[in-house]
Design a protein around this ligand. Structure first.
Ligand code: NAD
Length: 385
């Protein structure tokens, strides 16, 4: 296996998701962190590079310097891809510059700040012919892939209803007033975008619903609220969903649901059966039947791999030894990296290798955000995506 060289933007000292990307990318030994511009503060970027033990010539003061200097290196030395792990408003300029310079990109969600940027980035990505991944990690759990394959194989019958919830409680008070880094930019429209909670976690829920059901959300009716006094963006929202092929649904996302941690869960009901998956207990998939006891499918068993090659492919350890958040990130990295390797080897990536979210999911996420914001602002009217 060819080891790919990773460059990272963001993930400075005290940052949240950058460290998760680093751990996940190296989990299977196929990716090596080689370069980075880790912080908006150039000095802190250099400090972080030192802490991570990188060659100082590959630690940069800005992403523009990283692109320029890495581009000047011989092809076999320069980074293969850039992981964009910065706040939302910076995704577009960084991802665009990387693609235009010929680097593959793994970008955090939501993909951009606006729909217009997303559509432009889609064009840039297509023209570049580079691989673009979007870190919707929740669709990379083995039991979510199993659920998707069960739906695709018709086990549930025609899908009628999708219920997805994503309550958190960490923003139930005005945490941004204390200067807390993650809360500050997430609650500011200039750095977060048109939505707060709906952009931050509502997009994960929408992506999960579309991934498992194989359907597309076509219209939404949303009721968004900023409960915390002085907050400029929604911290809670309820959305009615209509999908193509006649299915209906409900999506609820909240960051003021006191006491909740990361309670993402989904229920899908077909004409024959239903299923339920819960992110905080992710190694189990529940299959619901009106005339039989509930079935619990357990990650790591051969019957899971027999049913779903995608689930089997991203299982590392035997059943009963939990895999979760870090492994899900690693699963997206594996498929993303294998797709890059396939291109290097001038062969077509397989469907399993291509099983990671990309530019299309990013555009859909941005359209979802815009539609729920518009629906809520216009007195809760049905709004198409
Ligand atoms: P954070 O505030 O913890 O960290 C952001 C980091 O980016 C900081 O180190 C900051 O200095 C750096 N940064 C900002 N601008 C920069 C620039 N121009 N150049 C270099 N570095 C820069 O943020 P976070 O919570 O880690 O979120 C980062 C992104 O990841 C967001 O888009 C967020 O939505 C996403 N995220 C995704 C998940 C997930 O589950 N997929 C979870 C958390 C966050």
């Amino acid at each position: 296996m060819q080891i790919l060289k990773m460059g990272q933007v963001g993930g400075g000292i005290g940052a949240f998701i950058g460290e998760v990307h680093r751990k996940a990318a190296r989990m299977d030994g196929g990716i090596q962190l080689t370069a980075g511009a880790f912080d908006i503060d150039p000095q802190k970027s250099l400090e972080q590079g030192k802490t991570l033990g990188l060659d100082s010539s590959r630690v940069y003061q800005s992403y523009t310097e990283m692109i320029e200097k890495e581009s000047a290196l011989p092809a076999d030395e320069r980074i293969d891809f850039v992981a964009v792990c910065t706040p939302n408003h910076t995704h577009f300029p960084i991802a665009k510059a990387c693609l235009e310079a010929g680097f593959n990109v793994m970008c955090e969600k939501p993909m951009t700040l606006t729909v217009e940027e997303a559509l432009e980035l889609e064009q840039v990505a297509k023209a570049s012919k580079k691989v673009f991944g979007l870190m919707h990690n929740y669709t990379a759990y083995p039991m979510v892939k199993l659920a998707k394959d069960m739906v695709a194989q018709g086990d549930l019958g025609k899908i009628r209803k999708v219920v997805v919830q994503y309550p958190q409680g960490w923003l139930y008070q005005n945490l941004e007033k204390t200067g807390q880094m993650q809360a500050s930019w997430r609650t500011n429209p200039k750095t977060s975008g048109a939505a707060g909670c709906m952009g931050d976690i509502g997009t994960h829920a929408a992506n999960l619903a579309e991934y498992i059901s194989g359907l597309k959300i076509t219209t939404v009716l949303a009721d968004l609220t900023a409960f915390v006094k002085g907050r400029l963006l929604d911290d809670d929202g309820s959305v009615l969903l209509r999908f193509n092929k006649g299915a209906k649904g409900v999506l609820h996302a909240s960051q003021i649901s006191v006491g909740e941690e990361n309670n993402l869960a989904i229920w899908i009901y077909g004409e024959e059966k239903g299923l339920h998956w819960h992110q905080e207990n992710p190694n189990y998939l529940h299959v619901l039947d009106q005339n039989a006891p509930e079935q619990i499918w357990k990650r790591g068993n051969q019957y899971v791999a027999d049913k779903s090659a995608a689930a089997g492919r991203c299982t590392r350890i035997p059943s009963g030894h939990p895999e979760a958040f870090l492994e899900a990130f690693a699963n997206n990295y594996c498929n993303f990296a294998d797709t890059i390797r396939a291109k290097k080897e001038k062969r077509k990536p397989t469907a399993l290798e291509l099983d990671f979210p990309g530019i299309e999911a990013g555009v859909r996420g941005m359209k979802f955000i815009q539609a729920v914001v518009d629906s809520s602002k216009n007195n809760n009217v049905w709004t198409s995506i």
